[in-house]
Design a protein around this ligand. Structure first.
Ligand SMILES: C[S@@+](CC[C@H](N)C(=O)[O-])C[C@H]1O[C@@H](n2cnc3c(N)ncnc32)[C@H](O)[C@@H]1O
Length: 271
């Protein structure tokens, strides 16, 4: 049975973070092994091959086919009209099918910076999940935005591109970290990644892909991260071999998201 809900809300980051963390916590509490299940039975998004490699048999997904209407930015705050985003979420294709806290922070940061942050620039997002951050970059007027993730997420990403009428300047692509980057993706001006540090075996692959994507000292990398485990330190030890970074300091929400253990970093590749 598919449940469809329409929720209209202005994006208040404090409320959004609380909602999203609570949602994630509720999901984890009700189903702590949810990331290991061969889900997708109802959506059919997992291929038989992937389901074969899952540790546990199919289980009912926790969040199934909801669409949320978000409005990023407030005219009263920065004099700009809010950016409306319709976001389909669905936990059945994997953890990326819902909007994660660091993604919400990064999307809001781009909106606060304004169109100048991406206008006329070529953007790529890693581990896009629902595609939220990339959708916001495209809505702000990026020349081209490529949102990428693993195969099971591509359908919901495509759906979100169409829902927001952004197909003219967005593409959806499978990009598994650690794999070779197709040359036609270059040149890139901005790389975005949010909430991609959570699974230790993927740490070296993510660092490799970040490094492969930055081929020019001018490429900007915005990396938003929520600290969850001690093991995250290993990610930063690996990252240090290829990148330096600095905390973004001009964010209006720095204090709010810092309380949630979220950091927004600008990475610079070491040459
Ligand atoms: C926690 S979710 C964050 C999703 C989204 N960025 C957000 O902030 O809402 C992590 C994302 O990384 C993707 N991911 C994990 N391992 C990956 C890999 N090896 N290659 C590509 N994407 C991967 C997942 O599919 C998922 O969409």
């Amino acid at each position: 049975m598919i449940a469809v809900a329409q929720i209209v809300q202005a994006v208040d980051l404090t409320a959004l973070l609380a909602l999203s963390i609570k949602e994630a916590e509720d999901l984890d509490a009700s189903n702590p092994l949810r990331h290991f299940f061969a889900s997708g039975g109802s959506s059919g998004r997992r291929t038989p091959k992937q389901a074969d490699h899952a540790l546990l048999p199919s289980q009912p997904p926790s969040i199934s086919r909801q669409t949320t209407q978000l409005a990023f930015g407030r005219e009263a705050l920065n004099g700009r009209l809010p950016i409306p985003i319709s976001l389909a979420v669905d936990a059945s294709p994997g953890c990326g099918g819902i909007a994660w806290p660091a993604g919400q922070v990064l999307a809001k940061y781009l909106v606060d910076l304004g169109p100048e942050s991406v206008q006329g620039r070529r953007v790529l997002e890693l581990g896009s999940g629902t595609g939220l951050v990339g959708l916001v970059a495209a809505a702000l007027g990026a020349q081209q935005v490529c949102i990428t993730d693993q195969l099971p997420l591509l359908d919901i990403m495509r759906e979100n591109v169409l829902l927001n009428d952004l197909a003219a300047n967005m593409t959806v692509m499978e990009l598994n970290w650690g794999e070779e980057i197709p040359q036609d993706l270059f040149p890139l001006d901005v790389i975005l990644a949010a909430d991609c540090v959570y699974y230790e075996p993927a740490f070296p692959l993510l660092v490799q892909t970040l490094s492969d994507l930055v081929t020019d000292a001018k490429t900007e990398v915005l990396f938003c991260y929520k600290k969850r485990r001690k093991a995250d330190k290993r990610f930063f030890a690996l990252l240090k071999k290829k990148f330096d970074w600095a905390e973004v300091t001009d964010s209006l929400d720095h204090e709010v998201y810092s309380r949630e253990q979220i950091s927004l970093l600008r990475l610079r590749k070491r040459y």
